[in-house]
Design a protein around this ligand. Structure first.
Ligand SMILES: Cc1cc2nc3c(=O)[nH]c(=O)nc-3n(C[C@H](O)[C@H](O)[C@H](O)COP(=O)(O)OP(=O)(O)OC[C@H]3O[C@@H](n4cnc5c(N)ncnc54)[C@H](O)[C@@H]3O)c2cc1C
Length: 659
């Protein structure tokens, strides 16, 4: 073949590209054993999910074996739609998911972290099933229509099973023929003779009327199956269309959010459309009612609803730190998130944010909000204006009820709570001591973090709904964890690192005789080692939590242990050489002379560029004494996918949370 012939050009250009693709595929995560080991509960669930549907399909198919093929397929599609329409909503009931994640079932068998992905998959599957269901019904109705039979205007009988013709005719002859009405099931009139059901179809309308009116007789309520079917299609199309990433992720999240509420209409129509759907919907309906009621009560109740933003810090890279007095009895775990609504910014918008403070911080909740889109920018700009004007006008804003200022209202409630806590404390001596230590630690922590708020005592109304769990809440069940954060994805890990700081501080013991101090065993469940990797573009972003990291580093130095419990690996992608950052002005751990000299020159190292995960993971795994290493990632999707691939290559278990 001539080198320049079209064929040769064709083969040389396609050949390498296929090879490259094959090589890429071979390198992809799907070709690693680790990928399947990592996702075993996911694959088991998928297997069970399809198995249930295969069984349902077979049973349904044989139940309608006497009907024509179109009816059989329509029925199979129908039952699968019932199943999937009920399942899809269970996967996004946040309270149920939070409860499941912490349960034995969720920890060991159910892929709770993949529920959202599964929800999206079922959404698409519902569309495919709807196509099957609708096309089958359309074909069946066509076969029943006047057009198909060429019997326009003439009533006809069409018996599916020839062997029973005589029986049906004799059954019909016993009936008053004026009583025979068109269509009770799938456009077929049912005649019960002996122990069998025979289907007789009677054509009575043009195709268009059968499709779009109640003339088909389909449906259990006023023969509304066809009109409601088309309405369901309309709703499904809107929901699917506005769920696409180009809407959801490109600044139109609220459009996605509100169109998703059409699911309520979807369920009402589905109950009218399909005779048996209400039976499938009982369990989801109960859970939805429970979830909504619980949320409503929490948001509205005095305990959780009347909450205020007390202080605000405007941090570098347009991050707003909100400090909220922690409502009484508000319990949460490291890595949990909240939905917040700030009426001053938008009356009806709820946005999710991870709690960046530790559960040990008893009187405050922190949220770090990066300015990304409309709402978050508005929040930052609002407080920037306040800080410029510093009128403190809000501080004196009277509360709507009783003419109290928001602060006095809060203080009153808080004082009630404090009395209650004091009473409980006095009933147990050990608890009192423990609490005192704890509050000392809290004060020390806040002091060391130099928490000077830009805007103090703003007392601005905020509603919170939560907490809800994330994969990160499993950290204390692992032995060795690598926490990897990209940018603001640091928030769940900030909570964990703070919590570890508190646990460390709590384990600090002092000899009553010689005042010698040492760190005892920490209460950290299974956790034996933590490596924290934080990747930021610029220097300023490290400032969000650099004081916290400094405190942790100091604790490590002071603990005087051979092995570090927490390893810090910080990366600045815009740098081309190693940089340092000085976190602390006045450390208060300078009791030991030897350590003091270190503290004088105390800095943290910022590595340039992106981490080389192959190298980093190899180093960590060589130095680790634990067999199992779990990686928790929080950041953007592309970065996450890269880390995931590396995890599979190193046989680490990967958990992710994308913002
Ligand atoms: C579980 C969770 C925890 C989060 N924690 C933090 C955090 O600690 N700090 C932080 O800065 N950001 C966090 N985010 C992201 C934060 O919720 C969004 O950045 C914020 O809602 C953007 O709103 P916007 O109107 O400014 O931007 P938009 O332009 O409207 O949206 C920007 C992006 O945020 C997402 N988003 C917007 N509104 C919502 C919503 N109501 N619910 C879910 N996603 C939404 C959209 O998918 C979009 O991709 C978290 C998100 C989730 C899901």
């Amino acid at each position: 073949m001539a080198p320049n012939s079209p064929q040769s050009r064709h083969s040389t250009s396609i050949g390498p590209s296929i090879l490259v693709k094959l090589k890429k595929l071979k390198k992809s995560k799907y070709f690693t054993l680790s990928y399947y080991r990592n996702n075993i509960s996911f694959f088991t669930t998928i297997f069970v999910y399809f198995l249930i549907q295969i069984v349902l399909s077979i049973v349904q198919y044989y139940l309608y074996i006497e009907s024509n093929l179109a009816v059989r397929f329509a029925r199979v599609g129908g039952i699968l739609l019932n199943f999937n329409s009920s399942l899809i909503i269970l996967l996004v009931l946040r309270r149920l998911v939070t409860w499941l994640r912490n349960s034995l079932l969720g920890r060991n068998f159910l892929p709770v972290d993949n529920f959202l992905k599964f929800h999206k998959f079922i959404g698409i599957f519902i569309i495919l099933l709807s196509i099957l269901h609708t096309v089958s019904h359309c074909v069946n109705l066509y076969w029943l229509s006047d057009e198909y039979k060429g019997l326009k205007g003439i009533t006809s009988l069409n018996v599916n099973n020839v062997s029973v013709v005589s029986k049906i005719i004799s059954t019909l002859s016993q009936l008053n023929t004026t009583d025979v009405k068109f269509g009770h099931t799938d456009g077929l009139y049912q005649l019960n003779s002996s122990n069998k059901t025979h289907y007789v179809s009677v054509s009575s309308a043009p195709y268009v009327e059968l499709l779009f009116t109640t003339k088909s007789g389909l449906g259990w309520i006023l023969a509304l199956a066809m009109p409601t079917g088309w309405a369901l299609w309309f709703i499904l199309a809107i929901i699917e269309l506005f769920s696409m990433p180009c809407i959801r992720k490109k600044g139109y999240f609220q459009v996605f959010y509100y169109t998703h509420w059409l699911h309520v209409v979807y369920y009402v129509l589905l109950i009218v459309h399909a005779k048996n759907y209400w039976k499938w919907f009982i369990l989801p309906a109960l859970l939805i009612v429970f979830e909504r009621l619980f949320t409503f009560i929490r948001v509205k109740s005095v305990k959780y609803g009347d909450t205020y933003i007390k202080d605000v810090n405007l941090l570098s890279s347009k991050v707003t730190q909100l400090i909220i007095p922690r409502p009484a009895n508000f319990k949460f775990k490291c890595g949990d998130y909240l939905f917040i609504k700030v009426p001053k910014i938008a009356r009806y918008e709820w946005h999710p944010f991870t709690i960046s403070s530790a559960p040990e911080l008893k009187d405050e909740l922190w949220l770090h909000v990066r300015s990304l889109g409309n709402w978050t920018h508005k929040l930052y700009d609002y407080f920037q204006d306040v800080s410029k004007n510093q009128t403190n006008e809000l501080y004196y804003t009277p509360a709507r009820k009783n003419g109290l200022t928001l602060e006095t209202k809060y203080e009153r409630r808080k004082s009630k709570y404090v009395v209650m806590v004091d009473y409980r404390k006095s009933s147990s001596l050990s608890q009192t001591n423990y609490s005192t230590n704890e509050s000392n630690n809290e004060n020390r922590f806040k002091k060391n973090l130099n928490l000077s708020s830009n805007i103090k005592n703003i007392w601005m109304e905020i509603a919170i709904d939560g907490p809800y769990s994330t994969p990160t809440s499993r950290i204390f069940n692992s032995e060795h964890v690598i926490l990897i954060a990209g940018g603001i994805g640091v928030t769940p890990f900030a909570s964990i690192l703070q919590s570890l700081w508190f646990k460390y501080a709590k384990s600090l013991k002092t000899c009553p005789g010689c005042s010698h101090q040492w760190y005892d065993q920490m209460d950290k469940k299974k956790l034996k080692r933590v490596d924290f990797v934080w990747v930021n573009r610029d220097y300023q972003s490290f400032e969000w939590f650099i004081e916290l990291l400094g405190q942790i580093e100091l604790q490590q130095i002071n603990s005087n242990k051979d092995k570090r419990f927490i390893g810090l690996h910080l990366y600045m992608t815009s740098a081309n050489k190693v940089q340092t950052i000085k976190p602390l002005d006045s450390p208060d751990f300078d009791k030991n002379g030897q350590i003091e000299t270190k503290i004088d020159h105390f800095t943290l190292q910022l590595n340039p560029g992106r981490p080389d995960f192959d190298q980093l993971f190899s180093e960590i795994s060589t130095s680790s004494s634990e067999k199992k290493i779990d990686v928790f990632f929080c950041g953007n999707r592309d970065f996450g996918k890269h880390v995931q691939k590396k995890c599979y290559a190193h046989d680490f278990k990967f958990h992710k949370e994308y913002f």
